[in-house]
Write a protein that binds this ligand. Structure first.
Ligand code: C5P
Length: 232
């Protein structure tokens, strides 16, 4: 039997309204190139990744120009013009296209386009840790701050014990058949792990990195630049 391959799947069909920029946030330049291009270059540079699929919206007006400026990615990346209304929908559409390429036991690494700080070392840590895992898992960071639950009036309702709490990052890595089944069975989830958990399974938490944070607000851009320029 062939060893399982590793495919990357990047949902990039969001509009990123909170970023308030003219173009969808995955195209906002960071350290000289669009966020999404950082992500694609990292997966392309990772020897364990067989191929990367990117899901963009059918009306995406930026991806062709971006890819035309990155001819080195032509053989390594496939664009799917069929985003969904939610991240879950976009991932599901990507998984359906992947059925022509991935075998049941191949791994799929789903990664947000808005996390340009991912490195090949983090990909390696995830894939090495999960190589023989029966469920799969995700990069995540243990919570370090004391956590408060706030009410509608913005007053503290409770302090939530942080012991055992992790903030989920991506990539989230599961076998193709299991991930497809899990994602088909849930209505909407904000990450793949939640869909796997809904099957009663327990994904493995693999320590990620602060640099792999999700760029969401305009003020996140300078911090992402520091990481990508190696200054933080
Ligand atoms: O908006 P948020 O930061 O949570 O989006 C996470 C990822 O999901 C981004 O890469 C975004 O482009 C993607 N997404 C998508 N389709 C949507 C909404 C978000 O592919 N409808």
């Amino acid at each position: 039997m062939n060893p399982p391959r590793h495919f990357a799947l990047i949902p990039a069909a969001g509009v990123g309204a909170r970023m308030g920029s003219g173009s969808p946030k995955q195209y906002v330049p960071i350290a000289g190139k669009p966020m999404l291009l950082h992500v694609l270059d990292t997966f392309a540079a990772s020897p364990i990744i067989t191929h990367t699929f990117v899901v963009v919206s059918a009306e995406d007006g930026h991806i062709r120009q971006m890819m035309a400026g990155a001819p080195h990615l032509a053989e390594r990346v496939t664009i799917i013009f069929n985003g969904g209304a939610t991240r879950h929908g976009s991932v599901l559409k990507g998984l359906r296209v992947l059925s022509d390429h991935a075998d049941a036991d191949d791994w799929v690494l789903v990664h947000d386009a808005a996390r340009p700080g991912l490195t090949t070392e983090l990909i390696e840590r995830l894939t090495d840790t999960l190589r023989d895992d029966t469920v799969g898992g995700l990069l995540a960071l243990p919570m370090i701050d004391t956590l408060k639950r706030g009410g509608d009036d913005r007053r503290v309702q409770a302090t939530v014990p942080r012991s055992g709490l992790w903030a989920a990052q991506t990539p989230q890595m599961f076998r193709y058949r299991l991930l497809r089944r899990a994602m088909e069975q849930v209505d909407d989830v904000t990450d793949e792990s939640s869909a796997i958990e809904a099957l009663g399974l327990h994904p493995k938490l693999v320590e990620g990195s602060p640099r792999n944070f999700k760029v969401t607000l305009p003020q996140d851009v300078p911090l992402a630049e520091l990481y990508l320029k190696g200054l933080a």
